[in-house]
Design a protein around this ligand. Sequence first.
Ligand SMILES: Nc1ncnc2c1ncn2[C@@H]1O[C@H](COP(=O)(O)OP(=O)(O)OP(=O)(O)O)[C@@H](O)[C@H]1O
Ligand SMILES: [Mg+2]
Length: 380
Amino acid sequence: MAPTRDQVIDALRPVQDPELHRSIVDIGMVREVRIADGRVDVQVALTVPGCPLRNEIQSRVSGAVKALDGVRDVGVDFTVMTDAEREELRIKLHGSPGDTAGQGQAHGHAEGRKIPFAEPGSKTRPLLIASGKGGVGKSSVTTNLAVALAQRGHSVGVIDADVYGFSIPRMLGTDRDPTIIDQMILPPEQWGVRCISMGYFVPDGQAVIWRGPMLHKALEQFLTDVYWDEPEFLLIDMPPGTGDIALSLSQYLPRGEVYVITTPQPAAQKVARLSAAMAEKVHLDVKGVIENMSWFTGDDGKRYEIFGAGGGRALADELGVPLLGQIPLLTPLREGGDNGRPITAVDPESEVAGSFRAIAERIAVELRPKKVFNPQLTIR
Ligand SMILES: Nc1ncnc2c1ncn2[C@@H]1O[C@H](COP(=O)(O)OP(=O)(O)OP(=O)(O)O)[C@@H](O)[C@H]1O
Ligand SMILES: [Mg+2]
């Protein structure tokens, strides 16, 4: 016997929009359902025209309906939400700026919105990946650590705060532009990690010159206009140095945890110490050190300490925080970064993927904040 309309709707309830991670029924994407002679036709309203995930939605819908008894054939056709429907959806998912209007200064569209990650009830841990020096592997570590956290089953977002030298979209392989629903930005997702970067908003090959207030505003929009949907971890790939961006972020993310990346030689350690001093200046705690480029294993199986040894340990001891791990120099790690296939994602059995997962576990478990601030428990 052919299913009823209600049965078709029930079968579609568990189907999620791949970008919004919400039931397509709940967010009003399922429109007409026609049932005749064992054939079911479903009309789905896409959030935006030319939705890149249209094929994925089509196969999810038809798979779910085909699984019903009495269905011989399934047809899926598409329409697109109207502006008014998109606005309604955005308000449903993300609220109105007015709802969360704070005392913050007006900054473009983010006007009046509060930073969700600064709220007392936020369940997101912002992890700021920093170093006083360029080229030590902040972006590579951010990328692989994010993937390792996602592999542990956590929800993970990444903000590429390196507005001049953005590299996360390339390293993570999220080169698809974000979908924008009524000014709500959906971060592209790859390997279970969502990401936003200035790279999406700058035409290829153009240099960006940002002055302080513009930087401030761009970062604020990354935090407020992007639909992060309360991830457990929000990793921030910090630009090298200790300028405006660090200061802005510390205001926006008062509970940010700083992780310092360093290479093993004492000189790098000295620069990395600067970023610890920066963390202190902006009142954020350094929670751990990760040493990168620790050694290279030759074809002879021997470990060569190209950049010296002991820098990570010495820095961690000096800061009184744990050395969370040491990452060797590895050609496939560099290649994975160059072509958007992070080694932790594509070769999860490799030793280095194991190292990233071990660091992820220490951050998730050992370094989990102990004191949970509960606004109901204040002493009057
Ligand atoms: N462990 C490693 N093994 C091999 N190559 C690595 C390793 N870590 C980083 N690299 C490579 O070194 C270069 C610099 O790394 P990355 O871009 O991650 O550093 P960064 O600190 O983010 O740099 P910047 O300061 O420019 O943002 C990249 O080409 C990257 O692929
Ligand atoms: Mg970088």
